[in-house]
Design a binder for this molecule. Structure first.
Ligand SMILES: Cc1cc2nc3c(=O)[nH]c(=O)nc-3n(C[C@H](O)[C@H](O)[C@H](O)COP(=O)(O)OP(=O)(O)OC[C@H]3O[C@@H](n4cnc5c(N)ncnc54)[C@H](O)[C@@H]3O)c2cc1C
Length: 242
């Protein structure tokens, strides 16, 4: 292990133990991390972790040692949090999720970002693929009950759709190929008239979808940028993203 990696592991990152790992759909794993530090963590729905999945593996390049995963659920009293990791990418993050074992130690850093819970709208439209589903779930669960929330979640395989931690499936699921912009736009046109009052849209996952929908809401519907929240989680031409 090089000096930079040793500093990262011992100074920058916190550690947690994998308390439980569960396969929750055809290609998605739920991973529960437990640590004393989680009991004291400052948390806002939308925070994510930089997980040092490749720390200690000298065969990996530095940029392949870390991947980002959204916090799907947190229990500060018990000191645990849950992640949902999609493995269709088959990269080092996916390989780690398939191979990791309960009781192993992982290293992580909290990240805040700006793809966070915002309660200022009356109605919400949430759009994303499997990589974004846990992030959309935690935002939905933490919105006040009087808010209207419509969801558009898609994957290529219906066996991949997993339920939220409370057993609910609050979003409409669609079986769609990758980068299905025109299909998504058709579905948005069906949903939009149902949205009441001040509207906000959250879009996450495939960067191509984030860009195309951001343009659609801004340029065609003339929405204010404050109404449009996007967060690319992956890009077909890149490994990792943030
Ligand atoms: C803020 C943030 C939060 C994130 N939260 C989550 C999360 O909660 N759950 C989660 O699963 N991922 C999440 N991601 C994505 C995650 O960080 C990784 O990018 C993803 O797991 C792919 O990593 P990898 O090492 O397996 O593949 P990489 O080596 O990064 O990529 C290999 C190839 O797979 C493609 N690819 C990457 N992701 C996908 C995908 N989902 N479907 C199809 N092809 C893909 C890449 O474009 C590349 O061509 C998040 C990303 C960000 C920036």
């Amino acid at each position: 292990m090089g000096l930079l990696e040793t500093i990262l592991k011992n100074v920058v990152l916190q550690d947690a133990s994998i308390e439980k790992k569960t396969k929750i759909s055809e290609s998605v794993y739920k991973i529960r991390l437990k640590s004393e530090s989680i009991k004291k963590a400052e948390f806002v729905p939308g925070y994510f972790l930089r997980l040092g999945i490749g720390i200690g593996n000298d065969d990996l390049s530095f940029k392949d040692k870390v991947r980002s995963y959204s916090v799907w659920n947190i229990n500060k009293t018990e000191g645990y949090l849950d992640l949902a990791i999609a493995t269709d990418s088959k990269g080092i993050g996916a390989q780690w999720a398939v191979a990791c074992k309960e009781n192993e130690t992982v290293y992580f850093k909290w990240k805040k970002g700006n793809f966070l819970l915002d309660e200022t709208a009356d109605s919400y439209l949430m759009i994303g693929d499997l990589s974004a589903l846990s992030h959309l779930y935690i935002l939905k669960r933490n919105l006040p009950h009087n808010k209207q929330v419509e969801g558009l979640v898609y994957a290529q395989n219906s066996n991949d759709y997993f339920e939220d931690v409370d057993g609910s499936r609050p979003f409409n699921f669609h079986t769609l190929k990758q980068n299905p912009i025109s299909e998504i736009l058709n579905i948005i046109k069906e949903i939009s008239p149902k949205l009441k009052g001040k509207i906000m849209v959250y879009i996450a996952g495939d960067s191509r979808v984030c860009i195309a929908l951001n343009q659609y809401f801004r340029n065609e519907l003339n929405w204010n940028t404050k109404q449009i929240k996007t967060k690319p989680f992956w890009n077909p031409d890149k490994k990792g993203l943030e």
